[in-house]
Design a protein around this ligand. Sequence first.
Ligand SMILES: Nc1ncnc2c1ncn2[C@@H]1O[C@H](COP(=O)(O)OP(=O)(O)OP(=O)(O)O)[C@@H](O)[C@H]1O
Ligand SMILES: O=c1ccn([C@@H]2O[C@H](COP(=O)(O)O)[C@@H](O)[C@H]2O)c(=O)[nH]1
Length: 231
Amino acid sequence: MKLVVSVGGSVLAPDLEPGRVAAYGDVLGTLAADHEVAAVVGGGRVAREYIDAARELGGNEIELDQLGIGVTRLNARLLGAAMDGPVKPPEAYDAAAESLRRDGLVVMGGVVPGQTTDAVAAALAEYVEADLLVYATSVPGVFDADPNESPDAERYDRLPAADLVELVAASGSLGSAGSNAPIDLLAAKLVQRSGIRTLVLDGADPERVRRAVRNGEFEGTEVVPDGVGEA
Ligand SMILES: Nc1ncnc2c1ncn2[C@@H]1O[C@H](COP(=O)(O)OP(=O)(O)OP(=O)(O)O)[C@@H](O)[C@H]1O
Ligand SMILES: O=c1ccn([C@@H]2O[C@H](COP(=O)(O)O)[C@@H](O)[C@H]2O)c(=O)[nH]1
């Protein structure tokens, strides 16, 4: 199977704890024994802190995105170091696809301003024709409202891709650099377009990613292609 895993910076390195990065490296490395594995790493709190500081200094949104991309690539290097020694993460989809073909494993961060690594993961999944896309994030799925703001928010177990697009668009998440949402709008649209099976789960423990891939056991939200499961 060809697998793309989006590893949120907030789950990989919330506090730069090497043990957690090693645990992710171990899980992805083990999965790579049986599958082709591409990991796309986010920027997390550190990216947001840089972006906030640069915004106060008067940086424009593209400059702030570029800072964010820099941090995602640092995090990608960190995860790469945990797996196979430090490597420079590919900066474009064709280079990432080439590494994936050659090595069966690739780790990358951001690509261009104006999006998040959610969209990078969805685009890479479409580019390499992945069988499965997993978002390992800081919340246990997609909810009908932000679960960190609304204690009564309910999780979707299965969500048609069109509904995901609608929900993300309604939340106004297509915003400024460093904004947070379960998946950004571009990612949601790419997931819809590609029809690739997509899971959103709590990635705090990388074992959840392993179980989801290995046994199909997972708690979170499965984004299903439009029309699937409808009467
Ligand atoms: N409807 C929703 N369902 C789930 N999460 C939501 C929703 N709306 C907003 N969120 C927010 O989306 C965020 C998703 O996690 P987060 O921003 O930490 O992204 P990440 O991709 O895991 O990591 P990174 O920090 O690298 O961006 C959470 O902070 C959560 O509060
Ligand atoms: O392709 C990309 C990836 C990221 N950015 C910017 O970086 C931050 C942090 O990325 P997350 O995926 O949200 O952790 C993001 O908010 C963007 O500002 C980008 O511009 N392009």
